[in-house]
Design a protein around this ligand. Sequence first.
Ligand code: ZN
Ligand code: ZN
Length: 289
Amino acid sequence: MIESPIQYLAKLNHARQSLDGPLIESIARAVGESSLQLVEHHRIAAVLIAVRGGFQEAWSRREELSTDLYEKLDAVDAPARGTRVPFNFRELDRAQPVQRSTCSNCRIRPGFGPCPRCSGVGVLLVQRPGSDNSTVQDCPACDDGFATCTVCGGSTESLQATVRYVNYKPFDTNHIVSAAYRDALQGAFPAPSVPPDELAYDVEGSGGQSPYRGQQVSMDRDFHGHRFDDALKQARAFVQRVQSAPNFILHELQTYALPFVLATFDSPSRTHRSVLYIGADGTPGVSVL
Ligand SMILES: [Zn+2]
Ligand SMILES: [Zn+2]
């Protein structure tokens, strides 16, 4: 595990030095070459954005409810924010008015409405097992199509209230911002693991702004000698999208620098490139591009 504050970079530097030694042999095996020669390497940094949140869909609708159902919905406790399991529930929208009314579903015969089993027809078509013939039978659930009203429960009184329906699906991701190297770095810190604190990095920090008013400085900031290129700009845009997505509930967002080494090797026949990083388990990882 990565513990002390300088360990990630120390380990990466150590691994970088062995690009010319022990590591080159395993890379040669991975690309199917008998020998490779290190041509050059660059220290680059991507940004890892750890997002913990979920997609939420909610809609409201005015409904006619029995007093029992109203009381049941009134007692509903919304699931806690940040829960990691999907859920759907309905609750009363208490901001909307509640009106008492006479049940509209059982005006013809108060307390009794169309039978839910036979749709109020009063009879059912019954097919006997093993027979193609069906016979008509009186519906056992009602009296001539009338059954206890499904809206008011037979009380003839109902309540008009607004019910809110909510569907929620948790979504956790460690999004790597660096269009060119995202796939190569995917194995470094798969969610739910996160990089060590020493890599925590504020992409919104002041470094993008010059101390001189109105003067924009280059986005080419670096992280201990690892240059970000346009990863910071892309990361800011991603953070903004996550924060403003209308159906995304954000619980936690943390940004990290993810330093890595891009190495180029030559074999007698061609050139190979690979990405070297330190993974969540503290050991070097190599992705061949
Ligand atoms: Zn019926
Ligand atoms: Zn009714």
